[in-house]
Design a protein around this ligand. Sequence first.
Ligand code: 5GP
Length: 210
Amino acid sequence: MHRADLHAITGITSRQGRVFVVSGPSGVGKDAVIRELIGAPAGLPGIQRLVTATTRPQRRGETDGVDYHFLTPDEFTKREASGWFLETATFVGHRYGTPLAPIADILKAGIDVILKIETHGAREVRRRIPDARLVFVMPLSLEALESRLMSRGTESAADIAKRVGEAEREIASAHEYDFVVVNDHLCVAVDELRAIILAERCRVGASAHG
Ligand code: 5GP
């Protein structure tokens, strides 16, 4: 039986990609979880992390176009005015935004997209893409989070304090998410995120919009 016949019989058309939003406080390890999930050699196929834009200074070890599109505040404002973003947010004094155009292209190709964004942006994505799935990565404790931010050494003490303050606010909105993954052991958190994505891909109603 050909794939097309199967689709005709079941009424389930070929699947379009879907959007997974991953949020969680700064320092919880979202990057590590996503990197382990989709990185070679044993990474999950059919999923891509979208590179978002920011006006915050580039950190040591970060590459423009890979970790972020690093924009000047002027360039960010111009792109915002031209409708370039799906959503934008301000976090600890800097602007962040999700470019719109690449998402549609990736989804049309049947590939899932991971948006690693903070909670205001996640809410906006939920509003604009109602079938997006929202996953919150939770730390074991605020103390664990703070010590991770300090050992990372990429932010000043003042910036760390602001990020911990934001963490409390973000954790308070975890109940708005579809799933919560506690990042205590990285490999367990990765397994849980993979399980969420695979289960969503297998959902019957979910695949009938291709
Ligand atoms: P960081 O400065 O640590 O890279 O990111 C700060 C926060 O901004 C993180 O929670 C990160 O997930 C979030 N973020 C990154 N890109 C975007 C974006 O395009 N939109 C929104 N709303 N948040 C973003």
